[in-house]
Design a protein around this ligand. Structure first.
Ligand code: UDP
Length: 248
């Protein structure tokens, strides 16, 4: 397969796509659903066909989140649980790799925690090399440190690989003033500043991720990946979801 052909009309040349672990499970469920994986992989394949370089950061919440073990009564120490959460992201990343390859994409899983039997180590320059060769990279194990989430990893990796945007895939249409599943009057925002997100305490990504994006002026697009074609639209910069940047 040839290298990805640069498309001068592309809005974003390089993106980080953050997928939560739950996006790989059936709605409200846990574990990994072949149907959900296949739907996402198909959309990523379409998005990649437009010539965009794609780095995926996968979460692990469909299996385990370290914060579940916080509190002094927990048998497993919280730090240990965060490492378990990182391993959950590796499980998801391997599944995502095979799902993407069934659509003919060339991929690499790169792990922040060395695991050389199953994934490459994350090395920034190698990651950039893979992207330039048209490979989709799947970044596993977050940033390799406990007490943070894969949202922070998505922001961190976006800075490292100089991505144009962090695409945060969710099950709702963007960022709302309140939880739209509980409050029917919740308002969907079209555009927000980083400052809006922190001042209004909107649940977008964790605070460290927002701070990193704000400090380095990396925009975030929050969108509903369940809507057919939305990943392609997001990659092409079409009007979808909520845009978060320095200015409205
Ligand atoms: N995690 C971590 N360091 C990282 C990334 C993740 O310790 O750099 C752990 C953390 O416990 C987190 C879990 O892995 O809760 C799974 O990731 P996350 O909660 O971000 O998954 P998501 O909510 O996106 O499915």
């Amino acid at each position: 397969m040839p290298d990805a052909t640069p498309n001068p009309d592309l809005r974003f040349k390089r993106v980080v796509l953050k997928l939560s672990g739950e996006s790989l499970a059936d709605s409200g469920g846990r574990g990994i659903s072949s149907k959900e994986m296949s739907d996402i992989a198909r959309q990523i394949h379409q998005a990649h066909s437009s010539g965009c370089e794609i780095a995926i950061v996968v979460g692990g919440g469909n299996i385990l989140r370290g914060a579940q073990f916080s509190g002094s009564n927990a048998l497993v120490q919280e730090a240990t649980a965060h490492y378990m959460g990182m391993l959950a992201t590796v499980i998801n990343s391997l599944a995502m790799q095979d799902a993407l390859e069934t659509f003919g994409l060339r991929t690499r899983v790169m792990s922040a925690v060395p695991m050389d039997k199953i994934a490459e180590n994350f090395i920034r320059r190698r990651a950039l090399h893979h992207l330039s060769k048209g490979r989709v990279i799947i970044l596993a194990a977050g940033i390799g440190n406990p007490f943070v989430t894969t949202d922070t990893a998505a922001a961190q990796r976006a800075l490292e690989i100089d991505a144009d945007v962090v695409l945060k895939a969710t099950r709702v249409d963007g960022v709302y003033s309140d939880d739209p599943e509980k409050n029917p009057h919740a308002v969907l925002y079209d555009r927000l500043t980083y400052r809006d997100v922190t001042e209004k305490q909107l649940r977008v990504m964790d605070a460290t991720a927002i701070a990193l994006c704000q400090e380095h002026n990396t925009p975030i697009l929050v969108f509903n990946f369940k809507k057919e074609g939305s990943i392609v639209q997001a990659v092409n910069g079409q009007s979808v979801g909520t845009w978060i940047g320095a200015e409205k």
